[in-house]
Design a protein around this ligand. Structure first.
Ligand code: FNR
Length: 183
């Protein structure tokens, strides 16, 4: 059976550069992996009362079940105000509860930050890593993936430039090693 790799994109924008990068990364996984884009847009904001009262929204339950099935986690995110966009942080929070039922636990992660700017969303990348430490997600350390000036890396037809694809392949290959180590 193929191993499922969840892709979590921190932007809901139709023309999202992060989504373009995530799609390119997904195309580089070998046949025995199945990239799955997990939707974050219908997750209600986390409210612990709903778990405590035994009435979690259906979208939370579905999301938690989807994440449990995954062998690996790929996070591709822009930076909002030097941090992680709320939609992605909310998804982390929803998956982390109820207490003791953290669905992220132990699944190897890859963090890729994307920006049209030169600072490459460094702040979002590292704030995300901070949460992943607490969620017990072993995260690829090297190579780090800061994708800055992203507009210049996308061809007119929406594909990624050749040099960048070869860097993406290095990232994916290193992540595959981490995945195998953590099986
Ligand atoms: C941004 N943007 C941005 N960029 C950045 O490099 N650092 C930042 O702190 C911010 N802050 C920020 C806040 C908010 C609310 C928005 C909407 C945007 C710009 C951002 O990088 C740009 O809009 C990207 O195109 C967003 O990523 P997607 O949607 O293309 O994936």
């Amino acid at each position: 059976m193929k191993k499922k790799i969840g892709f979590f994109v921190g932007s809901l924008r139709k023309g999202s550069y992060s989504k373009t990068v995530a799609t390119a990364l997904a195309s580089l996984f070998p046949e025995d992996y199945e990239p799955i884009f997990i939707h974050l847009d219908n997750l209600e904001m986390y409210n612990q009362d709903l778990d405590d009262e035994g009435t979690p929204p259906a979208a939370w339950t579905k999301f938690r079940a989807e994440v449990k099935e995954l062998s690996g986690l790929v996070f591709v995110t822009p930076e909002y105000n030097r941090s992680v966009p709320g939609v992605l942080k909310n998804a982390l929070d929803v998956g982390s509860r109820p207490y003791g039922q953290n669905v992220w636990d132990g699944k190897p992660g890859l963090v890729v930050s994307v920006s049209p700017g030169a600072l490459s969303a460094f702040g979002a990348n590292h704030h995300l890593r901070q949460s992943l430490v607490f969620l017990n997600v072993p995260t690829l350390q090297q190579p780090e993936a800061y994708i800055g000036n992203v507009v210049s890396l996308i061809n007119e037809d929406g594909t990624i430039t050749e040099n960048t694809m070869s860097f993406f392949k290095t990232i994916v290959d290193s992540y595959l090693v981490l995945l195998e180590k953590n099986r």
